[in-house]
Design a protein around this ligand. Structure first.
Ligand code: ZN
Length: 65
């Protein structure tokens, strides 16, 4: 699967980047995201979607991984 190593690397970076951004977007006690947006926070949703997407790619490329 050496031909996929670039794609695996890219997907890993995307997942890590999405998680890093998500760390700053937690639901607060006041019904808002910690970034100040109303819930659901569009940034948090986009990052969660990106993380799920790239996690799915990693699962496809590295089934045993
Ligand atoms: Zn947010």
């Amino acid at each position: 699967m050496a031909e996929y190593s670039g794609a695996v690397e890219t997907a890993r970076k995307q997942v890590a980047a999405a998680h890093a951004v998500l760390a700053g977007h937690r639901p607060s006690l006041y019904g808002c995201c910690s970034c100040g947006r109303h819930l659901p926070c569009s940034v948090a949703l986009a990052c969660a979607r990106s993380s799920a997407h790239h996690t799915g790619i990693l699962a496809l490329l590295r089934p045993a991984g």
